[in-house]
Design a protein. Structure first.
Lengths: 302, 159
């Protein structure tokens, strides 16, 4: 039998202890990076829960794939074969251009650029903090994912990995208000910064002077200046240029190329100066073979 | 000493999964704070078994699941849990509807704290006021949680 009225000295002390502990943890997490290991362990612990929560949505997708009518599937195969043919034709041209480019680079004594290694990852259907634009990927440190790694989809840059666990990782999308990446205008090489706004279809291009040459429809690509994103990946397209005579900079809005709110499959990119943990830099041909096998593996499983 | 105490962490795990279930974007701000609701129930029902340590661990796991600053939700959960632990005798004797009002006020305070910390470390979300709809929804969800967990506790003699 417990006493009816407990003395309150103990509980107050414990509360103060936990409040201090929480505040210290928040400061450590915000200012320093020591808590990343702790977060990785805890994220590994709740990874099964994330997969369990995601399972019904996956099952739904799987079922709808199995009950699609035969004619729909045939139509889709037709469309995909045509697209494949078109892409192969372009690939042939690209291969010749690439070898030509490499020859010219050798002539110019500049270092030849290798292909970036990629790996297909899928998004888990779990919700995160509604105030931030984040997604959870089904690949973690066991697949060589590292913090700060860029992710792309078929159309452009999507974001970067911010937390890693053994089986899952969390990525911040470029549309998050706290995300910014160094970009340039493809047409004239004008450098700027693309900052997220919190809306999936708007990026702000910062610090563009009123007098600079920016037009609606300009392509925006990564500049690679931060050292985190590989250069020359498409980011978006300028949709609005507003020159304000009173303000020091023009207000320029771009629309992201990547389908930030629709893509289910994304590509994790290892820029050519980074290699996944444990791997030594392989020769060019090996790299390409490895890239193909690792890139196709998840698709075969589906 | 009863053997069924492990049902308490199990209910917290289920609440954590409910927090992660995907909702349409428009419904996001209205998602009830399941973990805090479950923590509050155990604080009121079994204060001798459920303490601040378990509440704090639940809060940290909530932070990891949300991808927020570690300790952000933990601080909020610990504060409301401490209030519920101190007032559990008073809260037990009032009807469920009055409990729901107190729970709503507690969740309101926690949400304000969490949003305030979010605003300090990063840009605060737009239409901020919308996120206070979730505590108001606790008026509906508290009686449901209370009924479910009470039945669970009685049937399996948790504690």
């Amino acid at each position: 039998m417990q006493p009816l009225f407990q003395q309150a000295a103990g509980p107050t002390l414990r509360l103060v202890l936990f409040v201090i502990l929480s505040i210290l943890l928040m400061i450590a997490d915000h200012r320093y990076e020591h808590t990343e290991a702790l977060r990785g362990v805890l994220s590994g612990a709740i990874a099964p829960l994330r997969y369990a929560v995601s399972a019904p949505a996956d099952l739904l997708g799987w079922t709808s794939g199995h009950v699609t009518s035969r004619s729909d599937l045939l139509d889709r195969i037709d469309a995909l074969e045509q697209q494949n043919l078109r892409l192969r034709a372009r690939q042939q041209k690209l291969d010749t251009l690439k070898s030509e480019n490499e020859r010219l680079r050798v002539l110019l004594d500049s270092s030849a650029k290798r292909d970036d290694r990629v790996l297909v990852a899928e998004l888990l259907s779990v919700d995160l903090d509604p105030y931030r634009q984040q997604v959870v990927l089904n690949k973690g440190t066991q697949a060589g994912v590292y913090r700060g790694q860029p992710i792309i989809d078929a159309y452009g840059i999507m974001g970067q990995v911010i937390h890693t666990g053994p089986l899952t990782s969390t990525a911040l999308l470029i549309s998050d208000p706290n995300h910014a990446l160094p970009v340039q205008i493809n047409r004239n090489g004008l450098r700027t910064i693309a900052s997220g706004t919190g809306e999936p279809d708007r990026l702000e291009l910062l610090y563009i002077p009123n007098s600079s040459d920016v037009r609606v429809g300009d392509e925006v690509v990564t500049s690679g200046l931060g050292g985190r994103f590989p250069p020359n990946y498409p980011v978006g397209k300028v949709v609005q240029v507003d020159r304000r005579p009173g303000a020091p900079f023009a207000s320029v809005v771009a629309e992201p190329k990547a389908q930030l709110d629709r893509s289910r499959e994304v590509l994790l990119v290892w820029p050519d100066n980074r290699h996944p943990a444990g791997g030594v830099a392989p020769a060019d041909e090996n790299l390409r073979g490895q890239q193909d096998s690792s890139g196709n593996e998840p698709e075969q499983r589906r | 000493m009863n053997g069924r105490w492990w049902l308490i962490p199990l209910t917290l795990v289920v609440a954590l999964m409910l927090v992660m279930v995907p909702l349409p974007d428009a419904a996001q701000p209205f998602r009830p704070d399941w973990v805090t609701l479950v923590v509050l129930y155990w604080c009121i029902a079994l204060p001798q078994r459920f303490g601040l340590s378990l509440a704090w661990i639940a809060g940290v796991l909530l932070d990891v699941a949300h991808g927020t600053l570690l300790g952000q939700h933990a601080l909020g959960v610990v504060l409301v849990a401490a209030f519920a632990l101190r007032e559990h005798q008073r809260l037990r004797v009032v009807p469920v509807t009055q409990q729901a009002v107190v729970v709503m006020l507690l969740l309101f305070g926690k949400q304000a704290l969490v949003l305030w910390i979010s605003g300090m470390v990063q840009r605060a979300p737009e239409n901020l006021w919308l996120y206070f709809a979730s505590p108001v929804l606790a008026l509906v969800f508290w009686p449901i949680i209370f009924g479910l967990l009470r039945d669970l506790r009685r049937r399996y003699q948790v504690g």
